[in-house]
Ligand binder design. Structure first.
Ligand code: EPU
Length: 428
C-alpha cells in the first residue's frame, strides 16, 4: 500500500493535459462486448478502473491489447459465463457488463457491484429497464441472474434521472427487436460518448444527450475505432486547483461547454477564467468570495466536483453552502478537511464552509475517489506536509496524477506505507 505526500502552500503555474473520461471509459469497454469484430478505443486514461475492466473482458474470452492510452478488444470469442466476483466488486461500473452481456447473449450472471461508498446507490432503474425489455431477473446467493428468451424494444420512463441506468438500458436495447424509447434519460456527455461508439458499431440511436433517447434494435454490431471524450471531472479538479493555487493554469484537451456550471461559479467567486476551443485558462485570486453550490444532474453542477470545490471554499471570504442533491452522504471528506483546520459543519445534505482559513498539513484518509481529490486540493493549499492514505481510491480515477501536478510545480510524491501504518488504516 502507498500514501501520497504533498508539500503545500506554493503557487502553481503551467499547462495540464486532461486524459480521457473515466466515466465514459468504464462504459465504452463493456460496450465492445456487443460487437462481433475488433473495436479500438483511444485516448483512455491510465487508471486502475480501466485495467480492471480490461482484465474482466479477458477473463470472459475477449482478446485484449491495452497499450498506454489505446485498447483493442476482439470480442468475437467472448462467452456468457458468470463474471468473477472479486473484480466486479472493485468497481461499481461493472454493472455495465450486465447490459452488454444481456444485449449480446440474452443472459448474464454478475455479483453485486462495488465502488465508492456514497450512501445507498440502488440499481432499481437498471433492473426496471432490463425487465421492460423482456429479461427475467433473479437474485441468487448474492449474484444477479439476467435471462431473456428474446429482448423486445419497450418504452421506459426512468423514475430517477440516472446515468448508469440510461447507459445500461441503451446497451441492452441496441440489439433488441424493435424500438426502445428511454424517457427522462440522463443527459451527461458520457451518454453521448457511449451512443457515438455504439452508432459507429452499427447501432441506431437518436436523442442521446436529450431526455428522450430512441433506439431501433439491429441484429448485428461490428468493430470500429473510437476516440473517448476528455474527462470533465478531471478537468474540473485541475480548474479548482488552478483557482486555489494557480497563478495561471492552462487546462488543455477539455470541452469548455461541459464545465459551464463550474465556470459560472468561478466567475461569481472572483476567479478569472478564459475559454478557448479545447482549453480553459484559470487564474487564481487571493480574494475569493464565498458562494453556494447545489449539485444537480447535467448540465447542473456535478456531484463529482462538489468535494474538491469544498476545499476551495475554505479559502473564500464568507460562508458558502455546498448541497448535494444527488448523493446525500457524500461528505466523508469533511472530517479530514477539519483535521486540516477547515471550519465546516454538515447539516443534512449540506456542508457549510466558513472562511477564509489557512489550511494546515495533516495526516488524512481518502475514503472515496472524489474525497481523495478534495484532499489533494487541500494538501496543495495547506502550509506544511499533508499525508494522504486511501490512495487506491484516487488511482481509480486520476491518470498520471503526480506527473501532472509536478508539471505545474507542485511537490508531491508517493511512499510505501509501513506495516504498522497499514494496520492502523485498516482499523480506522
Ligand atoms: N439511483 C437510483 N436508482 C438507480 C440508479 C440511480 O435511485 O437505479 C439514484 C442514485 O442513488 C443517485 C442518483 O440516482 O442518487 C444518480 O445516480 P446515477 O445512476 O446517475 O449514478 P451512477 O450512474 O451510479 C455515475 C458516475 C458517478 C456520478 C454519478 C452522478 C459512473 C461510473 N459513475 O454514477 O461518478 O457521481 O453518475 O453523476 O459513471 C465518480 O466519478 O466519482 C462517480 C461516483
Amino acid at each position: 500500500m502507498e500514501k501520497l505526500k504533498i508539500a503545500g502552500g506554493y503557487p502553481l503555474k503551467g499547462t495540464v493535459r486532461i486524459s480521457g473520461a473515466k466515466n465514459s471509459a468504464v462504459a465504452l469497454i463493456p460496450a465492445t462486448i456487443l460487437a462481433e469484430s475488433p473495436v479500438t478505443i483511444d485516448g483512455l486514461p491510465n487508471i486502475s478502473d480501466v485495467q480492471i475492466l480490461s482484465d474482466l473482458i479477458e477473463e470472459i474470452g475477449g482478446k485484449v491489447n491495452l497499450d498506454n492510452e489505446e485498447i483493442n478488444i476482439d470480442p468475437s470469442n467472448i462467452v456468457s459465463m458468470p463474471l468473477p466476483n472479486g473484480k466486479v466488486k472493485k468497481l461499481r461500473a461493472s454493472y455495465y457488463l450486465m447490459g452488454a452481456m444481456l444485449g449480446r447473449f440474452k443472459k448474464a450472471v454478475i455479483g453485486l457491484p462495488g465502488g465508492c461508498h456514497l450512501g445507498p446507490r440502488p440499481i432499481d432503474q437498471h433492473i426496471k429497464g432490463f425487465e421492460a425489455l423482456g429479461a427475467k431477473i433473479t437474485n441468487e446467493q448474492g449474484a444477479i441472474y439476467l435471462r431473456a428468451e428474446e429482448l423486445r424494444g419497450a418504452r421506459i420512463y426512468l423514475d430517477v434521472v440516472s446515468v448508469g441506468a440510461t447507459i445500461n438500458i441503451m446497451l441492452a436495447a441496441v440489439r433488441a427487436k424493435g424500438q426502445t424509447i428511454i424517457e427522462n434519460a440522463a443527459k451527461e456527455p458520457e451518454i453521448i460518448d457511449v451512443a457515438t461508439l455504439l452508432t459507429s458499431m452499427g447501432a441506431r440511436i437518436k436523442g442521446a444527450g436529450t431526455d428522450v433517447i430512441r433506439i431501433d434494435g439491429v441484429d448485428y454490431l461490428h468493430g470500429c475505432r473510437h476516440t473517448i471524450i476528455p474527462d470533465r471531472i478531471e478537468a474540473g479538479t485541475y480548474m479548482v486547483i488552478g483557482a486555489a493555487m494557480g497563478e495561471q493554469v492552462l487546462i488543455d484537451n477539455v470541452i469548455p461547454l461541459h464545465l459551464e456550471s463550474l465556470i459560472a461559479k468561478f466567475r461569481e467567486m472572483g476567479v478569472t477564467v478564459e475559454t478557448r476551443n479545447d482549453q480553459i485558462l484559470v487564474m487564481g485570486n487571493k480574494n475569493l468570495k464565498a458562494v453556494d453550490v447545489k449539485t444537480l444532474v447535467y448540465p447542473g453542477f456535478p456531484t463529482d466536483l462538489q468535494q474538491p470545490f469544498t476545499s476551495l471554499l475554505t479559502k473564500a471570504t464568507g460562508t458558502g453552502m455546498v448541497t448535494d442533491t444527488i448523493y446525500g452522504a457524500r461528505f466523508k471528506h469533511i472530517d479530514e478537511l477539519r483535521r486540516m483546520n477547515a471550519q465546516i459543519k454538515v447539516e443534512g445534505r449540506s456542508a457549510i464552509v466558513s472562511g477564509p482559513v489557512q489550511l494546515q498539513g495533516a495526516k488524512v484518509k481518502a475514503s472515496d475517489l472524489r474525497a481523495g481529490a478534495a484532499l489533494i486540493v487541500a494538501g496543495l493549499m495547506a502550509e506544511g506536509v499533508t499525508e494522504i492514505t486511501g490512495v487506491d481510491h484516487i488511482d481509480r480515477g486520476y491518470s498520471l496524477l503526480e506527473e501532472k501536478l509536478s508539471g505545474l510545480g507542485a511537490t508531491i510524491w508517493r511512499e510505501k506505507m509501513t506495516q504498522e501504518e497499514i494496520e492502523q488504516l485498516q482499523n480506522s
